[in-house]
Design a protein around this ligand. Sequence first.
Ligand SMILES: O=P(O)(O)OC[C@@H](O)[C@@H](O)c1c[nH]c2ccccc12
Length: 238
Amino acid sequence: MGSPFIDALLGAARPVIMELKPRSADGEDLFRGRSPAEITARYEAAGAPCLSVVTGRWFGGDTELLAEVVRRTSLPVLQKDFITNLGQLRTAAGLGASAVLLTAAVLPGAALARLAEQALALGLTPFIEVASLAEAEALPPCEGCVVAVNNRDIRNRERGEADTDRSLRLLPAVRGTGTPCPVSASGIDDPEVAAGLLSASYAGLLVGTHLLRADRLESWCEALDRLRGVPPAPCRAG
Ligand SMILES: O=P(O)(O)OC[C@@H](O)[C@@H](O)c1c[nH]c2ccccc12
């Protein structure tokens, strides 16, 4: 079965998965009084091919936020949380998610492979996140999955500096998993870095904090298009 999430990302002029995350790990309010509906509309206007919704409580999210975003958009939606069991996958599918985060760092090898199969059986695309070469090399075949490199350390809940060079170092190993869709996630803010990751042949990027902080999403998107040398995509967001 095809993956609407992967198809949308691979077909996008501006392949940025835009994330709704109420708070940073340090407690910074990222929504700043805006409703999920407003942020969803802003991301759609900026040409997002898919959205990501953080439901983890330490980032201020919950499954109601996921349900609300799914109600507001027809774009495929990724649920970002520490998913460890089939019940959570069923909830994600029931709420209308298209993809689910599976974090290699918190799932022993057999559990990761089992959850990825169960997700696929429920029609969900596994979005498998790795943060080291060892984790990337230990992955099962990932033909139907997104494989993402997290540029931050998820073990300390995303606090601390991002290392976007990690994505460049791990790309050959990520490709080796057979994924049609390598993604670089977390800590991406500079459009030049974003363009560099895409030209290194990442199929997509996942950006949350920076887009939520940006007063002018349009400027960031246009800078990315310019640096990539692609004609500007329609971007009506402020
Ligand atoms: O806000 P950033 O630095 O652009 O990162 C987005 C995303 O990758 C991050 O929110 C994330 C990565 N892994 C997670 C696991 C759970 C919740 C959230 C996440």
